[in-house]
Design a protein around this ligand. Structure first.
Ligand code: TYD
Length: 209
């Protein structure tokens, strides 16, 4: 089963993923965790280019294609083989980030973007997407406090508001694929909720097989 985590900056996805992986392993699942952009040697090099605070001249179209290049590499090199081996794959961000950030955030044509994403992923879609829900201004405050500021966090507050609104549209359009988790609670509460919702989905999928 292919599970992705999405959310605004500072929603805590990255610290929750290892905890969720542990909870699933404790329930007997074989789990692989990865992240975007990156997750492969080639993807990690692309990640450096994308996040470099010196790359202020990065054009939206270049940014889009770099994200897709990293994603294509990750899908073929890591995600598809793990799924074929029966593992649960947990991925920190995936195609919905492109639709939310480049589409709704930068205003790039959504149909064109969806086509690029299909090309990059070869059509691989998540079975479940967990949305860690926090308002952008609260998330950015956390991000600022933890010192992990990068070039993409540097976009203005309205950009992050549009991204958040974009996620709401993506969730509404495909509500059965998403689980929304309130990320403003304590890390322990968020971890417990993520584990409960994910295990319920895994078990109901098994009943269908
Ligand atoms: P990262 O440092 O991995 O942190 P987090 O996921 O915790 O926010 O940042 C990933 C950044 O890349 C984030 O600003 C969202 C952005 N992004 C896109 O704009 N489009 C994409 O397709 C992906 C995968 C990420």
């Amino acid at each position: 089963m292919f599970i992705t985590l999405e959310g605004p900056e500072g929603s805590g996805k990255t610290s929750q993923i290892p905890r969720l992986a542990d909870a699933l392993r404790a329930a007997g699942y074989k789990v692989l965790t990865t992240r975007e952009p990156g997750g492969t040697l080639i993807g990690d090099q692309i990640r450096k280019v994308l996040f470099d605070l010196g790359n202020k001249a990065m054009q939206p179209r270049s940014e889009i294609l770099l994200f897709q290049a990293s994603r294509a590499q990750l899908v073929d090199e890591v995600i598809r083989p793990a799924l074929a081996a029966g593992e649960v794959v947990l991925c920190d961000r995936y195609a919905d980030s492109t639709m939310a950030y480049q589409g709704h955030g930068h205003g790039v044509d959504l149909a064109q973007l969806a086509e690029l994403v299909r090309f990059a992923t070869g059509g691989l879609k998540p079975d479940l997407t967990l949305f860690l829900d926090i308002k952008p201004k609260d998330g950015l405050r956390r991000r600022d406090a933890d010192g992990n500021w990068n070039r993409l966090d540097d976009y203005d507050a309205e950009f992050h508001e549009r991204v958040y609104g974009g996620y709401q549209k993506l969730i509404a359009a495909e509500s059965q694929r998403w689980e929304v988790v309130d990320a403003t609670r304590t890390p322990d509460e968020v971890a417990a909720d993520l584990a409960r919702k994910t295990l319920a989905r895994l078990q109901s999928k098994e009943r269908l097989v």
